[in-house]
Design a protein around this ligand. Structure first.
Ligand SMILES: Cc1cc2nc3c(=O)[nH]c(=O)nc-3n(C[C@H](O)[C@H](O)[C@H](O)COP(=O)(O)OP(=O)(O)OC[C@H]3O[C@@H](n4cnc5c(N)ncnc54)[C@H](O)[C@@H]3O)c2cc1C
Length: 523
């Protein structure tokens, strides 16, 4: 029998599997509903959109959205070894000290910046320059690189932002940040380097680690209030898998609360509605869903230098021979972080893409254009993840509840961001690259007009978090040591434990959480 079963081999699951097997003292079984990441589109940095709606994607959809005139939002999630780290845009970001200090002061002691910064440093091998080498890691498993061939438009965006007074002198990792930068990416020599590459792949040769793919966890099994294993469906059959020391859920911010509810842990009334016997009435499981809303903005490009040409034979050859050319782009090549309220920590990101982004990346670009996602980093709106039925294979009901905060503060930040991006585009050297605004269109100004545009265009940046939040209060389902409060031998270690979604791109934060979880669990 194994000591531990880890459910989900995504960003967190890959780190957990490697960390828990490193000492040789524990036998670990890692189960993953998806397959091995054998697609070329996983390795090609710009291939991410080609993975959407394939068998490597859970291909979720939100519930029809009130603020978006009843529209549903497409929600891609990686379904493979590596999970969403094998499908994401590779931006590597520790996120802001204020995020972690906020977690600690709001009831998650032990998660302040001073507790976590050293873990981020240990995890990474940053191969770029830093002003202050003591802040960045050089020997960790996650290889982090500067962009190999940044698009000239991305460089112009950063320079224009600097010209407007948005800083960028210092590194955006390892310290507080506000300003404009080119992205640092999870790539090695022009190829995606996910947590699968960094952690799981090297650990798969260990005798004390077993990895099973195409194994969909249906529910957690309990005996006398302790988790003792999981039931999985594999090859059309149900199997019972037992663990001597416990189960660790790392199925992501949608998968983990779904699995807990299927196992009888969640809001009692909701579980009974779907015929699930209630083990523990925990209303907070599946609530507190937080996402970063993203408003797409588009300008025409004067020169034909955008990533529209990325799929040409020339660029395919350049990538295959030299791991260079447009296919080495991570799409989200540059970023501005700023505060709309004059605070030191940002609440707004402008995520720059040197290409026309159409239909959430499901449609190819039709014209040479560039743009940005205006991203709200500190949403007040809260959504839910609930069961569609008692069928464990049915997709969960995801209510993103974007822009549902009662005072409308979330929409205000988006309206502010749109105007800021327009000012950057009007500044040299980006101004001479632009042939004019395409979307939302120069007539759209002010909060009400922006909210109306959200109806047709708002999406998210795919950063769900918070659905099994950690905390010391009685309502928080998970303790700061990442144990489920109501059961023994059951831990949660993925994006769902975050009390609030951090002010940036969260993949490295999830990996950091998994690192610490492995330490808590092994102890
Ligand atoms: C398109 C996209 C772009 C993104 N871009 C960035 C970016 O540039 N930078 C950044 O920092 N972050 C980015 N993110 C977010 C980041 O990738 C996620 O925050 C992170 O991967 C979440 O890690 P996780 O371990 O919580 O979940 P995941 O990585 O999603 O892992 C969950 C795993 O559990 C498996 N699973 C789920 N349910 C079950 C079940 N019942 N049985 C068995 N297995 C199951 C899934 O198949 C998956 O492998 C992006 C995400 C997406 C989707």
């Amino acid at each position: 029998m194994h000591d531990f079963i880890i459910v989900g081999a995504g960003t967190a699951g890959c780190v957990l599997a490697e960390r828990l097997t490193a000492s040789g003292m524990h036998r670990v079984l890692l189960i993953e509903a998806g397959a091995k990441p054998d697609s070329l589109f996983v390795r090609i940095p710009l291939g991410m959109g080609k993975l959407f709606k394939t068998n490597l994607d859970w291909n979720f959809e939100s519930e029809p959205h009130l603020a978006l005139g009843g529209r549903r939002v497409f929600i891609p999630r990686g379904k493979m070894l590596g999970g969403s780290s094998n499908m994401n845009a590779q931006v590597h970001q520790w996120c802001h000290p204020a995020d972690f200090d906020g977690w600690a002061t709001s009831g998650a002691p032990g998660w302040a910046w001073n507790d976590v910064a050293a873990v981020f440093r240990r995890m990474e091998s940053w191969v770029g320059d830093t002003g202050d080498d003591s802040l960045r890691g050089r020997n960790g498993p996650m290889v982090i690189s500067p962009l190999r061939v940044p698009n000239p438009l991305s460089v112009a965006f950063v320079r224009a932002a600097h010209a407007m007074g948005l800083d960028g002198e210092s590194d955006y990792n390892g310290r507080p940040y506000a300003g404009a930068w080119l992205s640092q990416v999870a790539q090695q020599n022009g190829r995606r380097f996910s947590t699968y590459d960094a952690y799981l792949k090297p650990a798969m040769t260990r005798a004390n680690l077993e990895v099973r793919t195409a194994a969909h966890a249906l529910r957690v099994l309990f005996e006398n209030g302790r988790a003792i294993g999981v039931t999985v469906q594999r090859g059309g059959h149900e199997e019972t898998l037992l663990a001597a020391r416990g189960v660790i859920l790392a199925a992501g911010a949608y998968g983990t609360p779904q699995l807990l509810q299927l196992s009888g842990i969640g809001p009692a009334e909701h579980l009974l509605q779907h015929g699930i016997p209630v083990l523990h009435d925990v209303p907070a499981i599946g609530s507190n869903l937080q996402e970063h809303p993203l408003l797409p903005v588009k300008f025409g490009a004067r020169r034909p230098i955008t990533l529209k040409r990325a799929e040409s034979p020339l660029h395919l050859l350049a990538w295959q021979l030299f791991r260079r050319g447009m296919l080495a782009s991570n799409l989200a090549e540059a970023m501005v972080f700023t505060s709309t309220k004059g605070d030191t920590a940002p609440d707004l990101e402008l995520c720059f893409t040197p290409v026309e982004w159409r239909g959430q990346g499901l449609e190819p670009p039709q014209m040479h254009a560039f743009g940005c996602g205006v991203v709200l980093l500190t949403p007040r709106s809260r959504g839910t993840v609930r069961l569609r039925s008692g069928d464990p294979l049915a997709a969960p009901v995801i209510d993103l509840a974007l822009l549902s905060d009662p005072d409308g503060a979330d929409a205000d930040v988006l309206a502010h961001g749109l105007e800021l991006f327009r000012r950057i585009v009007a500044t040299e050297p980006l101004a001479s690259e632009s042939s004019g605004e395409i979307a939302p269109g120069s007539g759209v100004h002010g909060r009400d007009a922006v909210v109306a545009y959200c109806g047709e265009a708002l999406q998210t940046i795919y950063h769900p978090a918070g659905t099994c939040r950690m905390g010391t209060d009685n309502v928080a389902p998970v303790t700061p040591e990442l144990r489920l409060r109501t059961c023994d031998n059951l831990w949660v270690a993925d994006a769902s434990v975050m009390p609030t979604v951090p002010r940036g791109h969260p993949n490295a934060v999830v990996a950091m959480i998994a690192h610490r979880a492995a330490e808590f669990i092994a102890a």
